[in-house]
Design a protein around this ligand. Structure first.
Ligand SMILES: [Zn+2]
Length: 248
């Protein structure tokens, strides 16, 4: 029965009740949506474009006056497991964090299934700290910050000065700690389940550059296991990001 199909009094009353129920349901749904929706404060920023013109974006969630934290889901295009974690982080709204998320710094590499960018450069060897010319799998480019994508991340980090930056990689299955605050890194390791390993700083890496250029801040690599993380694993890594940020 549709509400405008019957002229009888009982039918009209039924329609009124049904209408009220619908209104109530709508109010409840909207209220729930408001309670869980963090998106009022979410902001998507176009940081720039890759060499092949693909957009590189950041999403800011949480509190702009909170502690600045940056998460990069992917820098090596054949290590895409962190992108799902980045997408999950975008749905949060931590009240005390100014959380910036770059799901994919190397979209050309992702499109090609390649570690490197469109010019065959390993972006994580293109940063200025102790940059040196490398070839092969770690090709570092013709000079520090020669690559657009690296310049985008470099500029963002200098602007945000994140107290914590987490870079997702694959697939060593560990926390690669190299120069940050070990206490914070260990919180991430404990909550994520990734084994904690102090490892050497790498010439030209984004992490070594930040740890040496912005003293008092922490950057580290979360090396995920191979493959795409299952939903439960994504949730665990999200909890680890927030736990590490709250340990600052
Ligand atoms: Zn990597």
């Amino acid at each position: 029965m549709t509400c405008n199909a019957s002229p009888t009094r009982s039918a009209t009353r039924s329609c009124t009740i049904a209408g009220s129920m619908r209104t109530l349901t709508l109010v409840v749904v909207l209220s729930l949506a408001w309670a869980v929706a963090p998106l009022a404060s979410a902001r998507t920023v176009l940081l720039g474009r890759s060499w092949q013109g693909r957009p590189i974006v950041a999403v800011e969630v949480g509190n702009r006056l909170g502690t600045p934290v940056l998460v990069v889901g992917c820098i090596h295009g054949n290590e895409t497991g962190g992108i799902a974690i980045a997408r999950a982080l975008e749905r949060l709204s931590p009240h005390d964090l100014d959380l910036w998320i770059v799901p994919d710094l190397n979209p050309d590499g992702v499109a090609a299934g390649s570690r490197k960018n469109a010019y065959g450069v390993d972006l994580n060897r293109n940063f200025p700290w102790r940059w040196r010319r490398l070839s092969g799998v770690y090709a570092s480019g013709p000079r520090p910050l020669s690559e657009r994508e690296a310049r985008i991340a470099h500029a963002l980090i200098l602007r945000l000065r994140p107290h914590l930056t987490i870079w997702f990689h694959q697939h060593l299955d560990l926390v690669w700690a190299s120069g940050g605050d070990r206490r914070i890194e260990k919180v991430f390791a404990r909550v994520s389940g990734l084994p904690y390993h102090p490892l050497p700083q790498l010439a030209g890496s984004a992490i070594s550059w930040q740890n040496n250029t912005l003293p008092g801040t922490t950057a580290f690599a979360a090396e995920l296991p191979a493959g795409e993380p299952a939903p439960a694993a994504v949730a665990r890594y999200v909890r680890a990001v927030i736990a590490a940020a709250h340990a600052l």
